[in-house]
Design a protein around this ligand. Structure first.
Ligand SMILES: Nc1ncnc2c1ncn2[C@@H]1O[C@H](COP(=O)(O)OP(=O)(O)O)[C@@H](O)[C@H]1O
Ligand SMILES: [Mg+2]
Length: 319
């Protein structure tokens, strides 16, 4: 049995008559970087708020680090760092002063070691050089990293970051990604939500996909990719013969996209089921049927293709 950092069963949240989270069974393995994915409004923030004890569930159970929530909030929360709904620092104070204020608000934190903790947290997120700068002068990426530094003032077993790349430019996104990666290497379980799959796909080991409050897929990235299909893609000046031959071999040929290239070739695609003939046999059969091959390759559904299929809509390319 995998040990789980977060586990929900039948988690449900109603706002009036609206079901924001619907019977959710989430399983976040310890040590994972867990992508919590779904379009805007699919229930990610609501779920995260319940997991963190910031909101009450309408039904269902939550365990965090092996403890029942919200019953064990007091025991569990010191081990959990969180960034929910964007950074919120005082712009007129320096990054360091902001962290000192937050640390001072933590009654478990000894004032004697405050400077050390603050300096370490700033260093952890690569803000040591900007610690004495006012937050007003920070880029959005720096503010986001400061928010993560705040979550890192104490050693954490679990870090929950709600859309940490939201609104960041590509550079800021890369910064947050590499930070998450380094935190995970240190053994912290990281739950990171996003409506943009591409922004976190590279760093996740596991993911869950939400659609209108419901879980539509969950598992390791390899498991999720395995749900995808592969396709044969043939580039040829003889598309009609290629389609006929592939169909004769039992492949389901996809609709012609009607794109013929300037050089007279066209692309023919066919779904490639597990029981399809070997690729070399397919190539040989096409050539034997007088199909001139200019290109021949296998395309795997990307995770993006999967998620578009699962959520019924594309993930926004921009927000
Ligand atoms: N406090 C609230 N009161 C009423 N409806 C809410 C509240 N918070 C969220 N919702 C609704 O719940 C749904 C899920 O929202 P949310 O959890 O914020 O989604 P996400 O974080 O995936 O964008 C949305 O339809 C949203 O409008
Ligand atoms: Mg949200």
């Amino acid at each position: 049995m995998t040990e789980l950092a977060v586990e929900t069963h039948g988690l449900t949240k109603r706002f009036g008559r609206q079901l924001a989270v619907d019977d959710l069974d989430l399983a976040v393995p310890r040590g994972s970087v867990f992508g919590f994915l779904g379009p805007n409004g699919s229930g990610k923030t609501t779920t995260i708020r319940i997991i963190l004890g910031l909101a009450a569930a309408s039904a269902g159970t939550v365990q965090v680090l092996g403890h029942d929530m919200p019953g064990s909030l007091g025991t569990v929360l010191p081990r959990v760092g969180a960034l929910v709904e964007g950074p919120s620092a005082y712009p007129f104070l320096s990054g360091e002063a902001n962290l000192r204020r937050l640390d001072a608000a933590d009654r478990h934190a000894s004032p004697a070691t405050r400077s050390e903790r603050v300096a370490r947290a700033l260093e952890r997120v690569g803000l040591s050089h900007a610690g004495d700068k006012r937050v007003r002068a920070y880029s959005l990426g720096m503010k986001q990293r400061l928010g993560i530094a705040a979550a890192l003032l104490r050693p954490r077993d679990l870090l929950v970051l709600d859309e940490p790349t939201n609104g960041l430019d590509p550079q800021g996104t890369r910064e947050v990604r590499s930070l998450v990666r380094s935190l995970a290497e240190g053994g912290t379980t990281v739950v990171v939500s996003s409506h943009l799959l591409a922004e976190i796909e590279q760093i996740c080991t596991h993911a869950a996909v939400m659609r209108t409050g419901r879980l539509v897929a969950q598992g390791s990235l390899d498991e999720l990719r395995g749900l995808g299909r592969s396709r044969l893609r043939v580039l040829t000046p003889d598309p009609a013969r290629a389609r006929a031959e592939l169909a004769r071999l039992g492949l389901v040929v996809e609709d012609d996209d009607g794109v013929a290239r300037a050089d007279g070739t066209a692309t023919v695609r066919a779904a490639l089921p597990d029981e399809a003939p070997l690729l070399e046999a397919l190539a040989a059969a096409l050539v034997a049927a007088d199909v001139r091959l200019r290109g021949f390759e296998v395309e795997q559904d990307t995770l993006e293709d999967r998620f578009v299929a699962l959520t019924g809509e594309g993930f926004d390319v921009a927000q």
